[in-house]
Write a protein that binds this ligand. Sequence first.
Ligand code: MSP
Length: 527
Amino acid sequence: MPEPQKFFLTTPIFYVNDAPHIGHAYTEVACDVLARWHRQAGDDTWFLTGTDEHGQKILRTATANGVAPKEWADRLVESAWKPLLNTINISNDDFIRTTEARHEQGVAKFLQKLYDDGHVYAGEFEALYCVGCEEFKPKSEILDGEGAFEGEKVCAIHSKPLELLQEKNYFFKMSAFQERLLQLYQDRPDFVQPASARNEVIAFVQQGLEDLSISRTSFDWGIPIPWDNSHVTYVWFDALLNYITATGYGSDDAQFARRWPGNHVVGKDILRFHAVIWPAMLMAAGLDVPEHVFAHGWLLVGGEKMSKSKLTGIAPNEITDTFGSDAFRYYFMRAISFGHDGSFSWEDLHARYHAELANGFGNLASRVLAMNAKYFGSVMPTAGELLTADNAIRDLAANVTAAADAHIEKFAIHEAIADVWKLVDALNHYVQEQQPWALSKDEAQRDRLATVLAAATEGLRALAELLHPVIPLATQKLWVALGAEQALGELSSRPLREAGAWGQLPAGTELQSLEVLFPRVEAEEQS
Ligand code: MSP
């Protein structure tokens, strides 16, 4: 047996200043689909998510709510962020909070190493800071304010005024890594994906890198700088380290060697932190840089990035309460090209839910199982000689499996689902053309009827396996109805890369009826 491939995947860790909206859930779902795919394919998979709890943004929110920052973070993590994982059915292996001891100790160790190795110095600094971004803004993201903010400088992302900060800070000599970073992007063209993100990062680094302020003295909600307790660590420097403190850096060498380097999926607004600052930090510490950094686009509302601070946030359960978590997952992964911006609309969700999930997939499954019940007493029939149409379905199953796997490898989730959906459409077409109901009327066609239903049922077996990472609940129901749990074992352990191999569900398997997988939703049930 060859060694399994390893796949360590991370989401960004989420700020706990507020409850999640569907933009955050989008990042989580995309990562979950990738993680489930790799895990089911047998890769040594580890999927990490968590929360980013230090810094001024959290401190200010907590203070405004009259509680200590740690208390605020505990409240939000327990009442909002961990429950989100259930709402959208996330299969994370670990959840890191930056206020945990394992993280704080790892950060201190990392900082001390950089300091001891001469990558850090003390200096003076004055620049415009955005608390929303938790970042000193580069010139390209500073705009002149309008309306209420006339005469002020505002952040291009948050449209809120920037604050002029002047402090004595510790600096990380990031500028020293400019050439090595450019070399990295050149040597590994898929290090930053998609290509548009890569180009943006290269252009940014080519302009020249400045050193990075990595400590703050004006407030104390952060991890103390180990050699100078009057400073706390800059929140991004602290947060980025979660990817290694959660996987054993400085505490469990075997776990760290097994997991690191990882793959990071991030929103494009935080690409620079992951594709420039983070690899520079790792280089300085003598550690491997990440395998890939993939930047996805934004969910837009009214043409702007959805955000709670702009009052355009939609809570994930507003969608899942009506449509269910599978539909949430399917819709966002299918309707938006991963790597590009996309607009959410209730009409589009409603339309795709009915056309693709209820009619396209759900109906196919219930029809095929109902015909098995009617014509073969719910026992998987034995296929006879395969004709051209049957062979075409068999070949398509193999082809879409390979194509989808290749797309997942490239983070092209929407393409992978589109590949698999070719099989959904082809099976619907096949049933329509072969007309089992007509064959059933002619005893001489009994064998043909068996062949057609065996192919359609085997097609459902392949679909259940291929779609399990995307719609885990519906495919599990289908799996049980196919009698596959007994015949083939647990769905989540089915080797995904072999899902397209034909003839896996044995003839004679006892089938069951299937409840409606995606019940109709009336327009007025939507919010
Ligand atoms: N805490 C930092 C990340 C630190 S990672 C070491 C952060 N947190 S965040 O909560 O503001 O954002 C987390 C993720 O949610 C980011 O990838 C961000 O792009 C994503 N999204 C927030 N709003 C979004 C949309 N409207 N659309 C898509 N993704 C969005 O940044």
